[in-house]
Design a protein around this ligand. Structure first.
Ligand SMILES: CC(C)(COP(=O)(O)OP(=O)(O)OC[C@H]1O[C@@H](n2cnc3c(N)ncnc32)[C@H](O)[C@@H]1OP(=O)(O)O)[C@@H](O)C(=O)NCCC(=O)NCCS
Length: 179
């Protein structure tokens, strides 16, 4: 373990709905780093009208027991009664593949929609992420081109997720370290 490996410094992560300005700002900045600077899907910004109606979920690293940085985000919104979408899933590069933050954000996204009465939950998933979603009880409906990038339109099996009634509370995921 290197001293400068940020992900090793956090004793755990809060996974919850953003309810404070610093969380919203951190999620917006993370999305910009991932979708504009890294993936270059958008030239200037990735904001759209869905941001105004969506519930934004975040993963927060912790330091000395307090929430620290936004290291993951996803948003969910109800397009029409019962039909929910998840989008803009992103985990900070330094925190990928280590603590299952993407998995945790998908869990909270689907459970929150379930708690709000979803009967269908869909997402456009970048092709390289399809196996991750399939392991989490999503299935491919069809292929779709989105912003010039190949995606799979996927639907989750809602019955595999418990309903979450209080996403602002979310949960704390402690990091289990090898002894
Ligand atoms: C897609 C994304 C959100 C996933 O986030 P993540 O935190 O790395 O996701 P997870 O850690 O939950 O799972 C990723 C993989 O790491 C593996 N993994 C996670 N923790 C692990 C651990 N402790 N030990 C071994 N494997 C682990 C998972 O099994 C999974 O395997 P896969 O690569 O075969 O799918 C992230 O890669 C990202 O932000 N990518 C860029 C933006 C993007 O593609 N967004 C999604 C648009 S659909």
């Amino acid at each position: 373990m290197r001293e400068d490996d940020y992900q090793f410094r956090s004793p755990g992560y809060y996974i919850r709905a953003a309810s404070q300005p610093f969380e919203a700002r951190g999620a917006a900045a993370l999305r910009h780093r991932v979708f504009v600077e890294e993936q270059k899907i958008f030239a200037e910004h990735d904001r759209d009208e869905i941001d105004l109606i969506a519930t934004h979920l975040v993963a927060l690293s912790t330091y000395a027991g307090e929430a620290d940085q936004i290291v993951g985000t996803v948003r969910i919104h109800e397009e029409e009664p019962g039909l929910w979408w998840g989008s803009r899933l992103a985990v900070d590069r330094d925190f990928r593949h280590v603590h299952r933050l993407g998995t945790e954000l998908i869990r909270l996204a689907v459970s929150t929609a379930n708690g709000r009465g979803a009967d269908t939950f869909l997402a456009h998933v970048q092709m390289q992420n399809v196996p991750l979603f399939e392991r989490m009880h999503w299935r491919v409906l069809e292929e779709a081109d989105l912003h010039g990038v190949p995606h799979a339109r996927m639907q989750v099996d809602l019955s595999r997720y418990p309903a979450c009634a209080n996403p602002e509370e979310g949960w704390f995921r402690p990091v289990r370290r090898a002894a």
